[in-house]
Design a protein around this ligand. Structure first.
Ligand SMILES: [Zn+2]
Length: 271
């Protein structure tokens, strides 16, 4: 078989050679290839690389700016959101900005499964949030209701131990539905509080209902609302409130959206 093939080749070569000029053209053809290779190796690698990357970053940026402006919330897919973040970090323009490893959107500190806090971020309970809570607590008390903070600020290390205990008890996948991994807990901001019983029964109490209806007036939102687990990354937590300030909390409350939907961001762990 191989011999036959070789013969065919030889015959073909013979025919080629026998055609006038063809044999000579075979040589330039080969050298053309060489030229092409040289062309590629000299022009493509270095100059085009960086230029191409810079150009496409610019494109991504303008596309994403448009996307952010036109479609602020729900349609922001993981991909565009990720690029937005990168672009914002690079350009430092409004929107998402990262300062000392802390993410802000329109000035609002964001912590969820996508955005984490540095290990050494250890601010304690936020004084403004605490005094807002006290105001809310008094208002509730005047209606005969008793609300109190059961869990406020939690450090990275504390959260680490807490999450690990839950994970050992229920498995990591289950723990991820209700407990944040260290660095991803909103409690590390000092702006989040767990109220009263810290369990599902709170939603059905007078206090729970009052908090759901009124907390925005004092600057808080129910951070993980019912039926939004796929968006916030957490099960419904009627007891977990997050301080945003009255204006922002009222806007978010009235929008009927989660914080993730309001800002058009995700809440997903990398892995
Ligand atoms: Zn909480």
């Amino acid at each position: 078989m191989k011999k036959g093939f070789l013969l065919t080749l030889l015959i073909a070569a013979g025919i080629m050679t026998s055609l006038s000029g063809c044999a000579e053209k075979t040589v330039p053809a080969t050298s053309d290839e060489t030229v092409t290779t040289e062309y590629i190796s000299t022009t493509v690698p270095i100059p085009d690389g960086p230029v191409g990357i810079v150009a496409s970053t610019d494109n991504n940026y303008s596309e994403d700016t448009t996307a952010m402006g036109v479609v602020p919330d729900t349609s922001a897919e993981t991909t565009s959101e990720t690029t937005v973040e990168t672009a914002m970090e690079v350009t430092g323009k409004q929107g998402i900005e990262t300062i000392n490893g802390i993410t802000y959107i329109d000035g609002v500190l964001i912590v969820n499964k996508t955005y984490s806090l540095p290990k050494d971020y250890n601010p304690g309970v936020d004084a403004t949030a605490e005094s807002a809570f006290k105001k809310m607590q008094s208002a509730a008390a005047s209606e005969g209701l008793n609300i109190y903070i059961s869990s406020g600020f939690r450090s990275y290390d504390y959260q680490s131990g807490l999450y690990e205990r839950y994970a050992q008890r229920d498995g990591y996948a289950a723990a991820d539905r209700y407990s944040a991994r260290p660095g991803h807990s909103e409690h590390q901001t000092g702006l989040a509080f767990d109220l009263n019983s810290i369990d599902d029964s709170f939603a059905e109490t007078k206090e729970g209902k009052w908090v759901a209806e009124n907390c925005h007036k004092y600057g808080f939102i129910i951070r993980y609302p019912k039926g939004k687990e796929d968006i916030t990354g957490y099960m419904y937590e009627s007891w977990h409130i997050r301080y945003l300030g009255v204006d922002m909390a009222t806007k978010v409350y009235e929008s009927g959206k989660t914080l993730e939907e309001y800002f058009g961001i995700t809440s997903e762990y990398d892995e």
